[in-house]
Design a protein around this ligand. Structure first.
Ligand code: RIB
Ligand code: CA
Length: 320
């Protein structure tokens, strides 16, 4: 199996209180897999503001001993939508102060993505685990990207369900920037989607977090502490849901790049809602079952081997 060469586009927020931790775990998994090489990290506004996400990406790569991997800052806002008021907003100053002095590589995410993919046609996989703003800008800057990229694997969407949340009817990454998702869906690039249908089935619980801390390993210990803090936040923010776990949305998207068998794939025609606020960011997947089906534009994951993924994932993260 050839080594997969990766650009990770992320709204990483692990380390900022009240922010999702899954991007941090995805980054860790990406640098640890022998059959994937992480060649570039680009950051995007999403879980947290892009400035802080960029500092956190640099900090996590230090913890992982991978400071040679370049981090390039990306979009500060969605293409058209207002900035999302993320939960960590009132503690960002402390996080930034604690990470002061770190500097990303020069340039901006969209051009860094275009340059790296066009310099290596057919070789680079973009793994997009935040809102698709950077990827959409890159595809708009250089439409050739759609044929030069090996594929784009996206954590985003919900295809066989909704979020059941009127304040966010679409899955977060798509809901933040639905216009960007529409550009990516209509680009003609080879796309694979890992949506909430499967990521809500791959969960880290407090016992896993305790085991991560018990390793005494530099990253695993820190990640275990962040996992407990995130579950605490979820229980406080969503009292009606009785959260006992944290979903590993983004690590599953990283894992399926070189281990596609972890999930079941279906060809689909996916469209995204960008006009109505009531259904903003809702993704509809036509699974091509009708007599005259539409042209497919992606593969969507419909089932996951949760136990296999969690075992595979934790076995890697425990050692970091
Ligand atoms: O809906 C889950 C996605 O939104 C994940 O990528 C998580 O990190 C957040 O960005
Ligand atoms: Ca993310």
């Amino acid at each position: 199996m050839p080594v997969r060469r990766i650009i990770l586009d992320t709204d990483v927020a692990m380390g900022a209180p009240g922010s999702d931790i899954d991007d941090g775990f995805a980054l860790a998994l990406c640098v640890d897999l022998a059959d994937q090489t992480l060649e570039l990290v680009t950051t995007v506004n999403g879980n947290i503001d892009v400035e802080t996400s960029t500092l956190l990406a640099l900090h996590l790569l230090e913890r992982l001993g991978k400071t040679e991997i370049p981090v390039v800052k990306g979009a500060r806002t969605p293409l058209r939508r207002p900035l999302h008021d993320h939960p960590a907003r009132d503690r960002v100053a402390d996080v930034r102060e604690s990470l002061a002095g770190r500097k990303p590589a020069p340039g901006r995410a969209a051009t860094a993505i275009v340059d790296h993919v066009l310099a290596n046609p057919g070789e680079i996989t973009i793994v997009a685990i935040g809102p698709l703003t950077n990827v959409a800008i890159a595809l708009s800057l250089e439409p050739e990207l759609a044929t030069a990229v090996k594929e784009i694997v996206i954590m985003g969407g919900a295809f066989m369900r909704t979020t059941s949340q009127l304040s966010m009817p679409g899955e977060f990454n798509i809901w933040i920037d639905p216009e960007a998702a529409a550009i990516v869906l209509n680009s003609g690039a080879p796309l694979r989607f890992i949506g909430l249908d499967v990521t809500m089935q791959v969960e880290l619980d407090r016992a896993d977090a305790d085991r991560l801390i018990a390793t005494g390993r530099p990253f695993a210990t820190y990640a275990g502490q962040c996992a407990h803090a995130w579950i605490d936040y979820l229980r406080e923010a969503y009292p009606g849901k009785e959260f006992l776990t944290a979903s590993m949305h983004d690590p599953l998207a990283v894992a399926v790049v070189s281990r596609p068998h972890l999930v079941t794939w279906r060809p689909a025609r996916v469209e995204v809602e960008v006009t109505s606020d009531i259904t903003r960011g809702v993704t509809v997947a036509d699974l091509l079952a009708s007599r005259h089906p539409p042209e497919p534009n992606c593969l969507v994951a419909t089932e996951v081997d949760s136990a296999a993924f969690i075992e595979y994932f934790l076995n890697h993260v425990y050692s970091l």
